[in-house]
Structures are given as structure tokens and as C-alpha cells.
Design a protein around this ligand. Structure first.
Ligand SMILES: Cc1ncc(COP(=O)(O)O)c(C=O)c1O
Length: 458
């Protein structure tokens, strides 16, 4: 029993009370972390197989990050941008923009992915105004998608459940279909579906009036909203052409896919003929050691804004020295330890091992993703690809069966299961071959138990 159980009851502690429904059992209390493992206060070990919510890219207790954090906090943890520049900010901007490559020479640091989304939308809008295009304000995005939990981010996130709850409080923006590759419209291949979805983007821009459309926001490799969706290659090139043709900024949300996770520093690097105008980053650049996010844009965009009076935007913690120093250590460690090629190699191995598991599983319908940003889709029937009913609570049950086996898999049933349901498999980038095999084996055990229970209750 947990010491807090007496105070808060067996269900819903001080954190969960506001977050999970009151039927959710108490979670264990975390004690410590090291490498890809976390331990609870009862001494049980868990493999952090999704890096929390795809954040802890370096695993836990990284010595270089701890030392950098300690150094900076002793020197100066915080000094307002109103009065000072700080070296940590400059050093982080230099390494991130160098790794991001041409066209993304400027970085603005914030405290997470949602702030990065808000900042990108405002930066795009202000830039359009400097070009004399104040009529452009609509930000298009995909259905489904997730770009954050703040009101502006909700306006562009394709999630009918969130829209129903919070839509009236914000200004919902137009959506276009996401180019799914597994469950396809009749008579479509992944490629033809990608073309169809690209066509829908262009049609929507034209219908809305191109002179009103500011930007198109998309996750180049999907996160939880699509279960690591990777579109057919033709999609990226088509989207770039369409945006260029109509003067629409292409913004890649790389909050999950950035910082090396897919086997390249940016997922954008996998499609060099579809370079985005702007990129958002978060999760992996702080790697769970500090709240950190970023918006990347071109030198020309930043200069235009500076000329016009500066970026009309900011947060108290934007570009703070402590977070930037930690981010610099995280990104340096990611590069110096060769973790980006490791993500590519371990991603290939993980896919192979999961394919083995899939052969013996009646519920693992699809495996998708890139590098170490992967997902497994859970179905009632692999032939029909039918989705399990909500009452099965498949995702919640699999997460809990995994935890019993010391395996942490991140997921929840997004969009009420409308598009399917899946679990993220995205271990820290430090994962080695043996650990990948262990993760796949534990997933196999977990799904086998789930299937057994499913048959028992069928
Ligand atoms: C693709 C994507 N964008 C934005 C966000 C929001 O980031 P944060 O939770 O740091 O605000 C997330 C978070 O999961 C995400 O996956």
C-alpha cells in the first residue's frame, strides 16, 4: 500500500484527481530513474518503453545533463530577457539551428510543445502582416492531429472530442483528412490515399480563399493522434508544392518527431524536397530534464519581424538560462553519443521484433512509424481491421497489463477511437539491441494475456 492511500483513498490521488476518471486505480509512486528504467517506491522496476509521453529521449539520470544543470543553476538560473542576453540561449540556438539546417536559422525557446504551437501561429501571423498580407489568418491542419492543449492549439488540433468540449471557446480552424496508410477508403492504396488527402488540402485552401490562409500545420511523423503515421512519400512533396503555390506557410510540428527520434535530427530531413518554412520542437530537446520547446524559422522571417518592431510575443520563462543550458547538454549528448543513428538502427530492429510478435498475435493489426517513433495498432480482427468496442477499454487494459509486467507504454483512446486505437512504442534513444528485444518480448506477453482475457470474456 502507498503511504498516500490513507489520506486520498485507493483511487485518484492528488494528481490523478484532476486528470483521470475516478475508476482509475492509483498509480505507483515513482522513486528514481536510471537509463531506460524507472523504479517505484516498492522497488519494482519498469522499462520506460515510450520515454514517458515520448519525452525522455536520453533516459534517466544522464550525468552530462545533471552536471550542466548544476553548473548553470549555480551561475544564474534565471535572468529576464528584458534586461539580459544569456550565453546558454545563444549556445542552444546555435546547435539546434545548425542541426536543423538551411532555412531554419533562428530559434525562439519556450516551455513546451503547446507554447511552441501558439508561438508558431503568432510568428506566422506577424510575418504575414509584415508582408502586407493581413488578410491571412487561417491555420489549416489535419484530422486527426494533436498540436497541444492550449486554446489556440485546440483550434488547430483535429480531435472531435476536444472540439465538442472546448470548440465554442475558441475559433476552430478548417481541417483536412490525415493520409492514413492502414485503414483506407475503398479502392485506395496508401499512395492514392495520400494523393487524395493532398488534393483535399488544395481544395480546402481554394474554398477558404487562398488570400485568407496563413499556414498548414502538420506532424511529419504522427504522434498519439494518428499512432506514428508516416504518409506515402508523394504526400510530403505534394503538400510542399500546394503550400508554395498558394503562399501558405508549411509548419511541421516536430514536438514528438524532432530531436533525433526518427533517426534524423528533424523528421523533415527524411523528405528533403518538402522543407518546411517553420518547425516546432519540444519533448526531446529537454528530454524530460526541463520544460522546453522551440519555434524555428528562417533568418529572413526573423529579420522581417525585427525590422517591423519585433516579435509581439513572449513568456516569462522563454529562453531562460537554466532550461537552455539543460537543452544544450541534451542536444549535445544526443549528437555526441551517436543517438540519432542509434534511433535509426534500433528502430529497424524494433520493427523486426514487433513483426515477429505480430505473427502470433490476433490483435496487433499494424506496426508503423519511423526510427524510434513507432506505434502498434490494436484491432478486434486482423482481416477486417475492425476496432474493438469502447467498452472493452483495450488500451487502458493493455497499459495496465504492461505495467504489471514492468513495461510502460504510452497511450490513451484518442478521438473516441474513431480512427482506431494504438499504443506508442518509443523507448529512449539510448536503448540497445538487447533492451529492444526485451521490450518486444514484453509486448508479446502483454498482448497474449490481453487476448486470453478477451477470449475469456467474449
Ligand atoms: C505533436 C505534438 N504537438 C504538440 C504537443 C503539445 O506539447 P506539450 O504537451 O509539451 O504542451 C504534443 C504533446 O504530446 C505533441 O505530441
Amino acid at each position: 500500500m502507498n503511504a498516500l492511500t490513507d489520506r486520498y483513498g485507493a483511487r485518484g490521488g492528488p494528481v490523478q484527481l484532476f486528470y483521470l476518471n475516478n475508476r482509475t486505480p492509483r498509480r505507483p509512486t515513482v522513486d528514481r530513474g536510471e537509463g531506460i528504467y524507472l523504479w517505484d517506491t516498492q522497488g519494482k522496476r519498469y522499462i520506460d518503453a515510450s520515454s514517458g509521453p515520448i519525452a525522455a529521449n536520453l533516459g534517466h539520470a544522464n550525468a552530462r545533463v545533471i552536471a550542466a544543470s548544476d553548473r548553470q543553476i549555480r551561475k544564474v538560473a534565471y535572468a529576464s530577457r528584458a534586461f539580459f542576453e544569456n550565453d546558454a540561449n545563444i549556445e542552444l540556438a546555435e546547435i539546434v539551428t545548425r542541426l536543423a539546417g538551411p532555412g531554419l536559422e533562428r530559434a525562439f525557446f519556450v516551455s513546451g510543445g503547446s507554447e511552441a504551437t501558439e508561438s508558431a501561429m503568432k510568428l506566422a501571423r506577424q510575418y504575414a502582416m509584415t508582408l502586407g498580407q493581413a488578410s491571412r489568418w487561417k491555420v489549416l491542419s489535419r484530422n486527426p492531429s494533436y498540436h497541444g492543449g492550449t486554446m489556440g492549439a485546440i483550434a488547430i488540433s483535429g480531435d472531435p472530442v476536444s472540439e465538442a468540449a472546448f470548440g465554442p471557446m475558441t475559433r476552430l480552424m478548417p481541417k483536412v483528412p490525415a493520409p492514413f496508410t492502414y485503414r483506407l477508403p475503398e479502392d485506395h492504396t496508401p499512395e492514392s490515399n495520400a494523393e487524395r488527402c493532398a488534393d483535399a488540402l488544395e481544395e480546402t485552401i481554394i474554398r477558404e480563399g487562398p488570400e485568407t490562409v496563413l499556414a498548414f500545420f502538420m506532424e511529419p511523423v504522427g504522434g498519439l493522434a494518428t499512432g506514428a503515421l508516416v504518409a506515402a512519400d508523394c504526400y510530403y512533396r505534394r503538400v510542399r508544392e500546394i503550400c508554395s503555390r498558394h503562399g501558405v506557410l508549411l509548419i511541421f510540428d516536430e514536438v514528438m518527431s524532432g530531436a533525433g527520434r526518427t533517426g534524423a535530427f528533424l523528421a523533415a530531413h527524411h523528405w528533403p524536397d518538402a522543407r518546411p518554412d517553420m518547425v516546432t520542437l519540444a519533448k526531446g530537446i529537454g528530454a524530460g530534464y526541463t520544460p522546453l520547446g522551440a519555434v524555428l524559422a528562417s533568418r529572413a522571417m526573423a529579420d522581417a519581424l525585427a525590422e517591423a518592431g519585433g516579435f509581439m510575443h513572449g513568456f516569462t520563462y522563454a529562453s531562460n538560462p537554466l532550461s537552455c543550458a539543460i537543452g544544450h547538454a541534451v542536444v549535445s549528448e544526443t549528437v555526441d553519443r551517436g543517438l540519432i543513428p542509434n534511433a535509426a538502427a534500433m528502430g529497424t530492429r524494433l520493427r523486426g521484433r514487433l513483426e515477429e510478435v505480430q505473427k502470433h498475435s490476433g490483435v496487433m493489426g499494424d506496426i508503423r512509424g519511423k526510427g524510434l517513433l513507432m506505434a502498434i495498432e490494436i484491432v478486434a480482427d486482423k482481416d477486417t481491421k475492425a476496432i474493438l468496442p469502447a467498452s472493452t477499454q483495450a488500451i487502458q487494459r493493455i497499459v495496465e497489463l504492461g505495467m504489471e509486467r514492468g513495461l510502460l507504454l504510452y497511450s490513451r483512446r484518442t478521438a473516441n477511437g474513431l480512427f482506431g486505437e494504438w499504443l506508442m512504442v518509443a523507448p529512449p534513444l539510448i536503448v540497445d539491441a538487447q533492451q529492444v528485444d526485451t521490450i518486444a518480448a514484453l509486448i508479446g506477453d502483454t498482448l497474449a494475456e490481453f487476448e486470453k482475457q478477451l477470449k475469456g470474456t467474449a
